[in-house]
Design a protein around this ligand. Structure first.
Ligand SMILES: [Zn+2]
Length: 167
């Protein structure tokens, strides 16, 4: 059955079940290839002109994640997390889900929210911040995401904090 709750909650549950939330102090960068394997997903890197990635179901019932090998490895990690979201939430919608960068359909947004939470959980961003890692470049390097993605997430997490403090 596809997941019907919020994508953040799903990402968090998966991190918890995989043991990541107990171990991130020792190993903050999520082992995404292992996580995909837990769900039986094979990760392939291929050159695409327009696609950032895709989720494909073959006739034998196996599912495959594709990312664009022309993208940076951090971008491909984000895309793979995005495709995992499609697998968990949207695989009933078709045998091939093609993803373009900056697509703004509802399921694309939900998959991006999931990927952001999966690769940069709030408690991990805070953990790093509390230990003096403030630069998005550094946080990006530690977590295996782009500096840009880390900057957006930092702002999100820290702005949430300041709003709580103001009230
Ligand atoms: Zn997508």
């Amino acid at each position: 059955m596809p997941w019907r709750g919020a994508p953040q909650a799903l990402a968090h549950r998966i991190l918890e079940e995989s043991g990541y939330l107990d171990l991130f102090c020792l190993r903050p960068r999520l082992d995404l290839p292992s996580l995909l394997r837990r769900f039986g997903l094979e990760w392939h890197r291929r050159e695409f002109d327009r696609l950032s990635g895709a989720l494909v179901r073959l006739d034998d019932g196996s599912y495959h994640v594709f990312t664009n090998s022309r993208d940076s490895w951090t971008r491909q990690r984000f895309t793979a997390g995005h495709e995992l979201a499609h697998y968990l939430m949207h695989r009933h919608l078709g045998t091939i889900l093609c993803c373009r960068r900056n697509a703004d359909r509802g399921i694309e947004r939900a998959a991006n929210v999931f990927a952001r939470e999966l690769l940069m959980p709030e408690e991990v961003v805070r953990f790093l911040w509390d230990r003096g890692y403030y630069a998005p470049e550094t946080i990006g390097r530690i977590l295996g995401v782009s500096a840009q993605a880390a900057a957006i997430r930092l702002e999100e997490v820290m702005l949430g904090q300041s709003q709580i403090d103001w009230n």
